[in-house]
Design a protein around this ligand. Structure first.
Ligand code: PA5
Length: 447
């Protein structure tokens, strides 16, 4: 079933000071231009090339030999894998026996160079039945290169052939990793050159580990394809992505510089992380397309309901009215637990109720409280967590990000602000061709 979007609480009269339909009119032309542009010059991420699935499926016979897939990638080369793993597999998937997993692989994602993280994953795997999927579009990201070297070193130290245990996912032509593929004959997958890291979850970047753990990748593409089709509709009330972009744009103009995404499902945690990267890295820009300084963007914040009701909601209800809140609401959970009747009068209201009923009531309660406090909020409703629905979610938010970039007149597909820190790190690590000296500050405040 298709995702549903409820935008009601972004508007007057549900919240006072909210948007009016006339407000949409002022920017409607520009959004329609963005939609036309999306339709006529479909970005590569929305093409959903059949080759992306086919190339992954060609490796199906090989991957069944492995009990575990360890993804080594960072940012857009890791978050999509995490989002797929958590939203479409049970939370205890990696603790299940192979039989309980119907023969499909466990999937770990190492998306940092934290030795505690890497070591904890290495402690839990049997190298003989592990496949490392090294993902880097540029083929040179320091964190991924370090983790690739560690995986390779450990395989060699244990007398295993790295070529039988490492898959490389990178640019078809460029970069160090492609060179390794060409020179040493590793199996590989291609990151489509026109698709940026954070937009690549529906390419082989996300599809391989998903297939390995038994996620239906055809259905994932079906959901995304249907959603991208809907993104071409010029009627804003038929086009969720355009509506997300337009409403967030208008609220940003009114000073709502924070976009909170609050999921009422632990399995959706990494969908929110994925969104956080997409919105932050794509829209947070110093310069617009004309080269003028604009310092734009909307800070995305992650929250999980009901947990964060006990840490964040006080601020959202009564602190600065500078946020637009998006709820992710899951109507039907894969598992259910009935709260037992303890016989105590004080707990009667909970007795024999479904645990999910309580969680959903918490979502409704929080939404209503925010509405009463005139805090703009919207809701994405999943009937279930299926590949189809998750595919739609990715597609709608990728398109919304492109539309938002169009409205802000910035390039949502680059990330110049990430580069300086990367270069300084290379220099500090002594990489040839990179020099940077951290000058002594005249003022030091070190306590
Ligand atoms: O979205 C992006 O472009 C980034 O988050 C990249 O995915 C991230 O920096 C990793 O880059 P690469 O895949 O080149 O290793």
């Amino acid at each position: 079933m298709a995702l549903k979007f409820d935008f009601s609480n972004l508007f007057e009269p549900n919240i006072s000071g909210g948007l009016r339909e006339e407000d949409l009119e002022s920017t409607k032309e520009k959004v329609i231009e963005a939609i036309k542009n999306f339709t006529e010059n479909t970005p590569d991420f929305a093409r959903l090339d059949r080759k992306w699935i086919d190339s992954v499926k060609e490796l199906e016979e090989w991957v069944v030999n492995f009990d575990t897939v360890v993804v080594l990638g960072i940012g857009g080369s890791g978050l999509g894998n995490l989002a797929l793993h958590y939203s479409l597999r049970p939370l205890n998937w990696n603790e299940m026996s192979r039989e309980e997993r119907n023969g499909y692989a466990r999937v770990f994602v190492v998306d940092n160079v934290d030795p505690d993280l890497m070591a904890s994953v290495l402690d839990r795997i049997d190298l003989k039945t592990t496949l490392f999927n090294v993902i880097s579009k540029s083929g040179s990201t320091a964190e991924v290169m370090a983790n690739y070297s560690i995986a390779r070193g450990i395989l060699e130290a244990n007398g295993l052939d790295p070529k039988e245990h490492i898959l490389i996912t990178t640019d078809p032509e460029k970069g160090f990793l492609r060179k390794v593929v060409k020179e040493e004959g590793f199996r590989s997958l291609e990151v489509p050159p026109g698709v940026g890291g954070r937009f690549s979850v529906l390419t082989p970047v996300g599809l391989f580990s998903a297939m390995a753990e038994g996620i239906d990748i055809e259905e994932l593409h079906d959901g995304a394809r249907d959603a991208f089709e809907r993104c071409k509709k010029e009627d804003l009330f038929e086009n969720p992505a355009a509506m997300i972009a337009l409403t967030h744009y208008l609220y940003l103009k009114r000073g709502k510089s924070i976009s909170v995404m609050m999921a009422y499902s632990n399995r959706m945690t990494y969908l929110v992380d994925w969104y956080r990267q997409l919105w932050a890295e794509s829209l947070g820009k110093r310069y617009n397309l004309k080269g003028e300084e604009v310092f734009t963007g909307q800070t995305p914040v992650k929250a999980i309901g009901a947990t964060d009701q006990h840490s964040q909601i006080q601020l959202y209800n009564e602190g600065p009215n500078d946020k637009v809140i998006t709820f992710l609401r899951l109507e039907n959970f894969d598992r259910e637990i009935i709260i037992p009747d303890t016989g105590r009068e004080e707990l009667k209201y909970l007795a024999r109720k479904r645990l999910s009923e309580l969680l959903l009531a918490e979502q409704t309660g929080t939404e209503e409280a925010l509405r009463k406090n005139d805090r703009p909020n919207m809701k994405v409703i999943f009937d279930r967590l299926t590949s189809y629905n998750v595919g739609q979610f990715f597609a709608y938010y990728e398109a919304a990000t492109a539309f938002m970039g169009y409205l802000l007149e910035i390039n949502p597909f680059d990330q110049p602000g990430v580069e300086l820190g990367k270069k300084i790190t290379f220099a500090l690590m002594g990489r040839e061709g990179y020099e940077y000296e951290i000058k002594d500050r005249t003022k030091k405040v070190i306590i």
